[in-house]
Design a protein around this ligand. Sequence first.
Ligand SMILES: Nc1ncnc2c1ncn2[C@@H]1O[C@H](COP(=O)(O)OP(=O)(O)O)[C@@H](O)[C@H]1O
Ligand SMILES: [Mg+2]
Length: 305
Amino acid sequence: MTTTDATAPRWSDQQVNELLRANDELKALNQRLSQTQEQLVQSEKLASIGLLAAGVAHEINNPVGYIFSNVASLEKYLEDVFRVLSAYEACELEHAGHPAAQHLRALRQEVDLDYLKQDIPTLMRETQEGIARVRKIVQDLKDFSHVDARRQWEWVNLHKGIDSTLNIVNHEIKYKASVVKQYGELPEVHCLPSELNQVFLNLLVNAAHAITKERGVITIRTGTAADQVWIEVEDDGCGINADNLKRVFDPFFTTKPIGKGTGLGLSLSYGIVKKHGGRIEVDSELGRGTRFKVWLPIEPAETDA
Ligand SMILES: Nc1ncnc2c1ncn2[C@@H]1O[C@H](COP(=O)(O)OP(=O)(O)O)[C@@H](O)[C@H]1O
Ligand SMILES: [Mg+2]
């Protein structure tokens, strides 16, 4: 037996469909809203990391500058000191029987002067190399975070951005893979450099994470086609299966353990590239490796500057 409630509204099929459709739309809208919010939070974070990096780089720059120049002066002074030492040594030999000469000789043997003379120049050279490297990293950090011109559309040479990004993620890559660069000719591109660097960073770190063999190869290629440029990052790592391949750009999609992956790298990169009027293609084969290809217009038609 069925009872009908006289107070309950009666919906026509059409109204029900309408409601369901409206509900679906709301759900989709809601999801887009939370994704956008997530991206905003992320880009805020990136902006603060960029600022932090640039701040640290700026602070290190100064002391590194004087260490660099002091080491150069020190090297010159040491040459002089060595010259004086040689003169003393000659004296010591000339007056071999004299107590002062005997004292000098004992002292020379105690500190192993011959070894010092050999080792000091080597130490100086290594120190200079080390400082030159610190300087380079500081410069790369500055370039990477582009703090001087944050969030400005600029005409830039993308190879520079890729190279400084490579230096920054070098510690993630160097023990796992060799990097092969096959750069083509690239015109300057109108873009937000610090954001594109973020894209390169994500692709490079992902490539390094994907390497499973003893030592892999990460190949970076660039080129131009009509009014677009492309940048490819290819690895010979684990590859991505067909199911996952459909989801790699989804926010929070990750196959990595907690702490290693957030699942945001590619979704953010996707957003950044889209903002530049470009697109990202991915091609992967399980066990063979993966290739991401970023296409960017040389001059985006519309930029949300
Ligand atoms: N080069 C790659 N090789 C294999 N899998 C990849 C590669 N790049 C991305 N992936 C897959 O896509 C997922 C999402 O990548 P990403 O958005 O950068 O997040 P995360 O690196 O934090 O996991 C990764 O967890 C991984 O499963
Ligand atoms: Mg990642």
